[in-house]
Design a protein around this ligand. Structure first.
Ligand code: ZN
Length: 189
């Protein structure tokens, strides 16, 4: 294995691992640095927890909404948070988890991390030119797509399989432009 996992419990599915391992090998050969996977398969509960934490910030729901391609799924999950006035953490995460589970059972995924086809690579500790090279490696692989989140709160590159990204509801799946970015970036969270 040419990459490391931040946590041994992280699951990287074999489908995506073959690509990640090759990319990590080429990266290691060039820079003598080992890429770290910070997230792989997420359970609905982990997804709910991550979204809950993001929602808690000022204007959290509004800001997060811009980052998700599938607004219908997002709104179903966010409605649980918005309608609960007390924001009781355990209760709200529990309810959000149920909504996400229902979506998954309909084969609708708010995040590709729910279907084993996505991984996040840590960019903290990497130089910009190294991250650029990583992005080039991903781009050169026709099966992969990515999001460059090196400037986000938790800096990383999100990588996912293209075939999964084209799953459902193509019509409202247009790439979106975030107002604070000067470059068009396609957002799959
Ligand atoms: Zn990701």
């Amino acid at each position: 294995m040419n990459y490391k996992k931040k946590d041994p419990n992280i699951i990287v599915s074999p489908k995506v691992e073959i690509y990640i391992d090759k990319i990590a090998k080429r990266f290691k050969d060039k820079f003598s640095k080992v890429l770290v996977v910070t997230s792989g398969l997420r359970t609905p509960e982990q997804q709910a927890r991550a979204m809950y934490n993001n929602f808690r910030a000022d204007n959290g729901v509004k800001i997060q909404r811009r980052k998700y391609r599938n607004r219908k799924l997002f709104d179903e999950i966010a409605a649980v948070f918005t309608s609960n006035k007390v924001k009781d953490k355990v209760k709200v995460i529990n309810e959000m988890t149920k909504v996400i589970r229902k979506q998954v059972s309909r084969k609708e995924y708010i995040s590709q991390h729910l279907i084993e086809s996505a991984v996040d690579i840590r960019t903290r500790g990497l130089l910009n030119e190294e991250i650029d090279y990583l992005v080039e490696l991903i781009k050169s692989n026709a099966s992969l797509m990515y999001q460059d989140k090196r400037n986000s709160n938790i800096p990383h590159i999100h990588i996912q399989l293209k075939s999964c990204g084209k799953a459902k509801s193509q019509e409202n799946d247009q790439p979106i432009r975030l107002p604070f970015q000067n470059q068009i970036k396609t957002i799959w969270v």
